[in-house]
Write a protein that binds this ligand. Structure first.
Ligand SMILES: Cc1cc2nc3c(=O)[nH]c(=O)nc-3n(C[C@H](O)[C@H](O)[C@H](O)COP(=O)(O)OP(=O)(O)OC[C@H]3O[C@@H](n4cnc5c(N)ncnc54)[C@H](O)[C@@H]3O)c2cc1C
Length: 318
């Protein structure tokens, strides 16, 4: 079922959803199921699976020469989605990136997803590869997510890149895109970011999932600005409970989000990681309940393969 249909069927009740990431190369599918099983009792209508593009690593040889190697540390997004739909009978939503793909490779990936009856996609540009400072479009690929959304929308109308393709079977993808309550790190202002977000909606995106945030006022303000700009599609908040002291620095650095002073003080007071986890869970429960009162369609948790604290939150909220 499409995410938009799940929203309609929920009849205004906020439901529980979550996101997982593929395991490091070499691990079994069982490790994925182990991260999903404890969360199934909360009846998620869908599960997102992130995509991880290639990285460049440099291997030093004995003669001092460096060999550039291209590695994908977390492959398997499409296979995991198919396995989730098969095992749990729940919709799986793969994230599809511009970075690392030519348009033809994207088309082939979309055909695979269509054949596997995976009909929901989150379309993203992706970040720069780890060894580079800025995102460089793959030659023959897309530069921004709105272009990828347009390609998927075209395929939904049976418009293939290869215009020699016979029969032109139209796909039926429901497309989600990202939104940033505290603006995307490269955007000069939130207004500019929302201007481009609107472009993704115009190209065919039907809902928005946000970056994590720790202050609900940031989300409420973002929602208001989106609505004022004419964006009408559902906006799904993304949430993550803090679980280590290191994240006080890591999350702002990695995701360009601010942490509220009260949360920082509570975390600093903690004497162990268990105490920090408790603070993170309580904070996230408070956020979740307030967002529920705001009638968000789903509360989308970034589980990062660690279901224990997410289960604690879900027990208290749903
Ligand atoms: C919910 C969510 C899920 C994510 N999942 C993944 C994942 O699975 N894998 C992964 O690698 N990363 C993921 N990311 C991270 C994401 O790939 C990065 O944040 C990336 O830097 C931007 O992707 P985007 O789709 O938001 O980009 P875009 O929407 O393309 O925006 C990128 C920047 O360019 C600007 N911009 C947009 N369109 C245009 C245009 N046409 N012309 C000029 N400027 C423009 C925007 O304002 C923004 O600053 C996720 C992020 C979120 C919020």
């Amino acid at each position: 079922m499409k995410i938009t249909e799940h929203i309609k069927n929920s009849k205004g009740k906020s439901r529980f959803t979550f996101e997982i990431l593929p395991p490091l190369k070499g691990q079994s599918i069982q490790s994925v199921f182990d991260s999903i099983d404890p969360l199934m009792e909360f009846n998620p209508p869908f599960i997102d699976v992130t995509y991880h593009r290639e990285e460049f690593i440099f291997k030093e040889h004995q003669n001092g020469l460096l060999e550039k190697k291209i590695v994908k540390k977390r492959p398997g997004t499409v296979g995991i989605c198919a396995a989730i739909q098969n095992k749990y009978k729940v919709d799986a939503v793969p994230h599809v990136l511009c970075g690392g793909f030519t348009k033809e490779e994207t088309e082939n990936l979309l055909i695979d997803l269509d054949f596997l009856e995976i009909n929901n996609i989150v379309a993203l540009r992706g970040d720069a590869v780890k060894s580079e400072n800025y995102f460089k479009p793959t030659p023959g690929g897309h530069s921004y997510a709105n272009e990828l959304v347009e390609q998927i929308s075209n395929l939904n109308q049976g418009i293939y890149l290869d215009n020699e393709a016979k029969n032109s079977n139209p796909t039926d993808f429901c497309i989600g895109v990202s939104g940033y309550p505290e603006k995307h790190m490269e955007a000069p202002s939130l207004e500019s970011d929302i201007h481009f977000l609107k472009k993704k909606i115009k190209a065919g995106a039907e809902y928005i999932i946000t970056q994590m945030f720790f202050d609900n006022n940031k989300f409420f303000e973002f929602e208001k600005k989106c609505r004022e700009s004419g964006i009408k599609v559902p906006i799904i908040p993304g949430l993550k409970p803090i679980s280590t002291k290191k994240q006080l620095n890591l999350l702002p650095h990695r995701f360009h989000v601010d942490l509220p002073e009260d949360l920082i003080k509570e975390v600093i007071k903690c004497k162990s990681n268990d105490e920090i986890k408790e603070v993170g869970v309580e904070w996230c429960i408070k956020q979740s309940k307030e967002l529920m009162d705001f009638n968000v369609p789903f509360l989308h948790y970034y589980s990062m393969g660690k279901p224990k604290n997410i289960a604690k939150i879900a027990k208290s909220v749903f």
